[in-house]
Design a protein around this ligand. Sequence first.
Ligand code: UD1
Ligand code: CA
Length: 470
Amino acid sequence: MSNNVIILAGGQGKRMKTNMPKALCKVIGEPMLEWVLTACEKAELDDICIVKGYEGEQIEDYLAKRESKANISTVLQAERLGTGHAVMQAADFLKAHEGGNTLILCGDAPFIDEETIRGALGLHTERDCGVTVVTSRVEDPTGYGRIIRTENGISGIVEHKDCTTAQLAITEINSGCYWFKTSDLLEVLFDIQPNNAQGEYYLTDCVELVISKGRTADAFISANPHVALGANDRKGLLMLNDIARYEIIDKWLDEGIEFTCTDGVSIGNNVVIGAGTRIDSGVNLRGNTVIGEGCIIGNNCIIENTKVGNNVNLNNVQAYESEIEDNVKIGPYVQLRPNSHIKKGAKIGDFVEIKNSTIGEGTSVAHLTYIGDSDVGANVNFGCGVVTVNYDGDKKFRTVIEDNAFIGCNTNLVAPVKVGKGAYTAAGSTITKDVPPSALAIERGKATIKEGYAEKKLKARTEKFENSRK
Ligand code: UD1
Ligand code: CA
């Protein structure tokens, strides 16, 4: 028996004032649709059909770039005639899964979770329901469909705009998430009529129709207080971001992570942080970043898809698609561009940029340096202001610096070039030839001293200065 999912994502972000489908608006850097898909994949649901509508190609483009565990297909709802009409567009998908159960989700309600999906399916199968609605008890039910309870389950859902005064007082609301027995849904889906306050085909009408066929309908109250939340405008979206931000921080507090101040702190859903690590204000941890134990992630660090070892100290660092090993200290004001690998115990100081390079164990790059396309060995010392000259305007070339080398201040290393083991370069050199191991390379103008040359010039200049002060 196959369980499958339909995600309703036809809506436009009209009040967001964007040309995107609403489901692609982002919460903590990920489209709301991504949150929903992730919950489905965690619940091990492999067959997903997305109902797209407004700017549906954008959903296609998004899916094409996504690494999906599940089989995901889409259908188009050309006209927006209601949630029931949206599901009708997926009729072929439903027919292909007749023997199973169908989960219906909203693409713009990002906080649906694995436990709710599994819990509701548990009740659904245990009671052999035709439909099980995921519900939430809320303080302010305005705008939501109300759940009409009976002794033995539920008898229906009434939309806010269709409620009687008594029904408006009901605080158990429809989250917009349901488990249907697929065959029961198909049996009633095309019987829905748009005879309601909004003139729409309401999916919620399926509940009464399923009951009229002699089946059971029940409601599963989710333990997740945010399960039904969606966003209609920018304010709502910011609220979802703040909720998610604090939920994730809360989870990490329970795991023993220290936050000195949560202002501006944002941690992605897939980030992992080791115990005893401290996070300061303004830190953004994104994508599949993994942070080890006992680290200090100082103010304003942005770390994206990067692996950070244990006891690493970062201060005002931006790192993308890189790896930082144990006991490394970096910052302030350092950027690691993609494919940088900083090995154990290395030290990277202020105003350093590293790109597509390996920095060996214990190596020190203390200040004002650019290292691009380079393989740097262990225990190398960079003086201030070193530049690897990796680009000739057409092609990029690599620089190799072997163990224990010492690169003098303001050295340019014109790639392709190699500095051998333990070799030195003299400060201010522009190194264009390979330096053999243990050698000293000096590639700069010879000093010329002209005794007394400056005297005449200096006299004229100081006189001018003295006159200006009179
Ligand atoms: C719906 C439920 C309501 C529930 C609420 C929870 C109905 C009739 N009502 O109301 O009981 O409390 O969700 O948020 O279902 N969509 C389409 N095509 C359409 C219409 C909607 O794809 O023609 C999509 C939307 O993009 C959205 C989802 O379906 O993702 C829900 O639609 P929405 O208009 O937000 O439904 P509500 O009126 O809020
Ligand atoms: Ca809604």
